[in-house]
Design a binder for this molecule. Structure first.
Ligand code: MN
Length: 477
C-alpha cells in the first residue's frame, strides 16, 4: 500500500480583521484581542490577519486607539505566527491614490512594526497600481528581515473576466515579483465548481502559492473552499466559529474537521480551537445584545449573487437611503448598481470602487435622472484617475459627466500628478507628531487622525496631571 502524499491546506484566521469588519463594523478593540493571542499563537495557522482594511480607520475614528500601537502589541504576543494585513495598492488604506514615497513609507513601517504578509489589491485590477507596494515589500523584506508580498485578484463577474483573463493576470503577477497570489472574492460570488476551474487554471499558469478569500454571504463559501482545496489551493481564509458565517468567512473548525484524515489535513488541534471559540462566544452574544452585530447579516443573502454587490456596500447604501428618507428606493438602487458599473468599464466592486459606484447609483435614482449629478470621485473614475478598467467606459456617460475634459491612461498616482508627498504631509501635522507613524496616520485620514491626536494629547495631559505636584504647581511636561 503506498503512503498517501500529504499536502496540508493552511488556514489564515480572520477573526482579528475581516471577520469583525464584516460582522461588527470593525469595532473589536485591542483589549478584546490580547487575552486570546497566546492560544491563537499555538494553533499553527498559516497566518493571522489582524490589520489593514478598515481596522486602521475604525481604530482612529471610533475606538480612539492608535492602530500602530495595536500592531505592536499583537506582534509582541504572536511569537510563532505570521501576521497579515490588507493593503489597497496605491490607495494604501485610504480612498485616494498616494505618491510612491507614501506607499514606501507605509510598507516599511508596517513591516517594521510587525507585519509579515501584505496582501495588496487594486479596486480596478490595474496591476500598475500594485507595483510600488510590491517593490516596497520586496525591498523592506531584505532590510527588515520580514515581509511577503501577496497580490490579490479582485474577483468579479462580467464579460471581460474569463479564465484567460485570470490566467494572464497570474502570469503578470508572478513577473512583477510577488510571493503569492490571492483570489479575493470580497462579495461571495465564487461558486464551488467555478472555484475549482479557476484554481486549476491559476495553478497551470503560475508556480506561486494560491490563497483563497471569500465571504459566506451567499451561502456557498464552505463548498467553494472544499472544491478549491481539491483543485490545489494552498491557503483558505476562515474565521473562528463565533465570528464566522453570514457576511464573514467560513468557520475555521468546520474546515479543519472537513479535511481531517485526508491528504489535506491541517493538523490543527480541535480542542485548542474550541477554547478559542469559547473565548469569543460571550463577546458575540454581547455584540448581538447591544445591536452591534445584526442578525440580518448572519443569514444567507442570495441577492449577492443576483446583484453582485458586496455586503459592506449594501449596508452603506441602506444608510445613505435612510439619511435621505428614501428607503423605498432600495430595490431601484440595487438594480441601478450593475448599470452604473457597466457605464464605468465594469470594474470589480471593492473599496473604493464599490463606494464610488454605489453612491453614484444612489444619486442616479434619487435625482430621477441618470448622471444629472455626479460625485467628484465618480468623475475622477471616468477621468482615469484611479487607473484603467478592463472594459471601455460608456462614451455617452463620459460626454454628459465630464464633457470635453482630459482623460488619463497612466497609473493612478501619475494621473493624479503625485510625486512626493511625505514632506508636505509632515509639515501639515508636525505639531502633533509623537512617532514617525503619526505622519502616515495623518496621510490616510487627515481629519480623523488630527482629532485622534488631540484626544491623545488630552489623555496624556490628564494622566500627567495626576502625577503632578499640585501643591507646588509643578507638572511634568
Ligand atoms: Mn474580505
Amino acid at each position: 500500500m503506498s503512503e498517501q502524499v500529504k499536502k496540508p491546506v493552511g488556514i489564515m484566521e480572520t477573526v482579528l480583521r475581516d471577520a469583525h469588519q464584516s460582522l461588527i463594523a470593525t469595532r473589536m478593540p485591542t483589549e478584546k484581542m490580547l487575552p486570546i493571542v497566546d492560544k491563537m499563537d499555538k494553533v499553527g495557522y498559516a497566518a493571522v490577519e489582524c490589520w489593514g482594511g478598515a481596522t486602521f480607520d475604525a481604530s482612529l475614528r471610533f475606538l480612539k486607539e492608535d492602530p500602530w500601537d495595536r500592531l505592536r502589541k499583537l506582534r509582541d504576543g504572536f511569537k510563532n505566527t505570521k501576521l497579515q494585513m490588507l493593503f489597497r495598492g496605491q490607495n494604501i488604506l485610504g480612498y485616494r491614490p498616494y505618491a510612491d514615497d507614501v506607499v514606501y513609507a507605509f510598507v516599511q513601517k508596517s513591516i517594521a512594526n510587525g507585519i509579515d504578509v501584505i496582501r495588496i489589491f487594486d479596486c480596478l485590477n490595474d496591476l500598475r497600481n500594485l507595483q510600488a507596494a510590491v517593490d516596497a515589500t520586496n525591498k523592506f523584506k531584505v532590510s527588515e528581515g520580514r515581509g511577503e508580498s501577496q497580490v490579490a485578484l479582485s474577483y468579479t463577474l462580467g464579460d471581460a473576466y474569463t479564465l484567460e483573463y485570470w490566467a494572464d493576470m497570474a502570469k503578470k503577477i508572478e513577473e512583477m515579483g510577488a510571493d503569492s497570489i490571492c483570489i479575493k472574492d470580497m462579495a461571495g460570488l465564487l461558486v464551488p465548481y467555478k472555484a475549482a476551474e479557476l484554481v486549476k487554471t491559476l495553478k497551470e499558469n503560475t508556480k506561486l502559492p494560491i490563497q483563497l478569500h471569500t465571504h459566506y454571504t451567499s451561502g456557498v463559501a464552505s463548498m467553494t473552499y472544499l472544491k478549491a482545496v481539491e483543485a490545489g489551493v494552498d491557503i483558505i481564509d476562515c474565521a473562528i466559529s463565533p465570528f464566522a458565517l453570514g457576511t464573514s468567512q467560513p468557520a475555521t473548525e468546520v474546515m479543519v474537521e472537513t479535511f481531517k484524515g485526508t491528504e489535506y489535513d491541517t493538523g490543527y488541534d480541535q480542542n485548542l480551537l474550541a477554547e478559542i471559540a469559547d473565548y469569543f462566544r460571550p463577546y458575540r452574544e454581547e455584540c448581538i445584545d447591544s445591536g452591534l452585530m445584526s442578525t440580518k447579516v448572519l443569514g444567507v443573502n442570495i441577492k449577492t449573487l443576483l446583484y453582485q454587490v458586496p455586503g459592506g456596500m449594501l449596508s452603506n447604501m441602506v444608510s445613505q437611503l435612510k439619511e435621505q428618507k428614501a428607503e423605498d428606493k432600495y430595490q431601484d438602487v440595487l438594480e441601478e448598481i450593475p448599470r452604473v458599473r457597466k457605464d464605468c468599464g465594469e470594474p470589480p466592486l471593492v473599496t473604493p470602487s464599490s463606494q464610488i459606484v454605489g453612491t453614484q447609483a444612489v444619486f442616479n435614482v434619487l435625482m430621477g435622472e441618470r448622471y444629472k449629478m455626479a460625485t467628484g470621485e465618480f468623475k475622477d473614475l471616468l477621468r482615469g484617475k484611479y487607473g484603467q478598467t478592463v472594459k471601455p467606459m460608456n462614451q455617452e456617460v463620459i460626454d454628459k459627466v465630464i464633457p470635453g475634459e482630459e482623460r488619463f491612461t497612466s497609473r493612478s498616482a501619475d494621473a493624479a500628478g503625485l510625486t512626493n508627498e511625505m514632506d508636505k504631509l509632515e509639515a501639515e501635522m508636525k505639531e502633533y507628531k509623537q512617532q514617525d507613524e503619526d505622519v502616515l496616520s495623518y496621510a490616510l485620514f487627515p481629519q480623523v487622525a488630527t482629532d485622534f491626536f488631540k484626544y491623545r494629547q488630552a489623555q496624556q495631559e490628564k494622566i500627567d496631571l495626576t502625577k503632578g505636584d499640585s501643591a507646588n504647581g509643578a507638572y511634568p511636561v
